[in-house]
Design a protein around this ligand. Structure first.
Ligand SMILES: [Zn+2]
Length: 277
């Protein structure tokens, strides 16, 4: 995985980037493209500006890159991101792209749609699901579990026999997500996966006013769990905890403890060891 590059946000809004040995993932590429279009610099909330790692967006003293887990994931994730979302250092779609190899990311606008997004949604290898609360959707579109796949001879596992699930997540604030849902006709034909979990969000960075709203990586984790990618789901959850810890400690200018419960849980999961935590 190697050391990630360091970039420094400069006053022109563009980032001075040194090449990273790791291929930038879809969210990183979207962030770079968005930064390049910026007429003025994006100022992250809180704290002085300064050097940040291009691999994880954290300060080099709190870099997360060495802890990025590697796991095989059957499902894919497609992030439709509100305009400013890729620029937020607290955006957790980035973490999804770190863990799920087949993560796609597109910027959303009301008036335009990326041809690559339309091609992805039509790609026969995927069964797309739009992940959205069922209470806001016509009942006939709502599913609460994955659609059955048609088995064919020779398939060793049921889930190998059909299309791979592709979870389409609206990565945005709740008002933005509702607008995206209403104003994206290309999403209208897709089944809507409504998550039923009663698990409350433990996310502390951008907590919604309503506790039942999950952050993007939590939603992705719940989807992976539904799809049978259980280890990846647990890894993503543990990785979010560690990211949150590094993010908050950086803001508080406190060192991270690599031996605390969150780090040990992530290490145990990443090493494939049974974990009691
Ligand atoms: Zn880093």
């Amino acid at each position: 995985m190697g050391r990630a590059a360091i970039f420094i946000d400069n006053p022109c809004g563009a980032a001075r980037v040194m090449p990273s040995p790791a291929l930038p993932h879809a969210v990183a590429r979207l962030r770079s493209a968005r930064l390049a279009r910026s007429a003025k610099p994006f100022l992250a909330r809180g704290g002085p500006r300064g050097e940040r790692c291009a691999g994880c967006r954290l300060r080099p003293s709190h870099c997360l890159c060495a802890l990025r887990p590697a796991v095989q994931v059957h499902a894919g994730v497609c992030l439709l991101m509100a305009d400013i979302e890729p620029l937020k250092p607290s955006n957790t779609g980035w973490l999804v792209a770190d863990v799920v190899a087949d993560t796609f990311a597109f910027g959303w606008t009301r008036t335009d749609v990326d041809a690559g997004l339309l091609a992805l949604l039509r790609d026969p290898q995927w069964q797309p699901y739009l992940v959205f609360p069922g209470e806001f959707v016509a009942a006939e579109r709502v599913v609460t579990s994955l659609l059955p796949v048609a088995a064919h001879a020779g398939a060793s596992l049921a889930r190998d026999a059909g299309k791979r699930p592709l979870f389409v997540l609206l990565d945005a604030t709740w008002p933005e997500a509702r607008k995206m849902f209403r104003k994206s006709p290309y999403l209208d034909q897709m089944p809507v996966l409504s998550l039923q979990s009663e698990q409350l969000s433990r996310y502390r960075l951008r907590r919604s006013q309503r506790d039942e709203h999950f952050c993007t990586s939590e939603v992705a984790g719940l989807c992976l769990d539904l799809a049978g990618d259980v280890l990846a789901a647990h890894l993503l959850e543990a990785y979010l905890d560690v990211f949150t810890d590094h993010y908050l400690k950086a803001r508080q200018q406190q060192p991270v403890d690599l031996q605390d419960a969150a780090h040990l849980r992530l290490a145990a999961l990443a090493g494939g060891q049974p974990c009691a935590a």
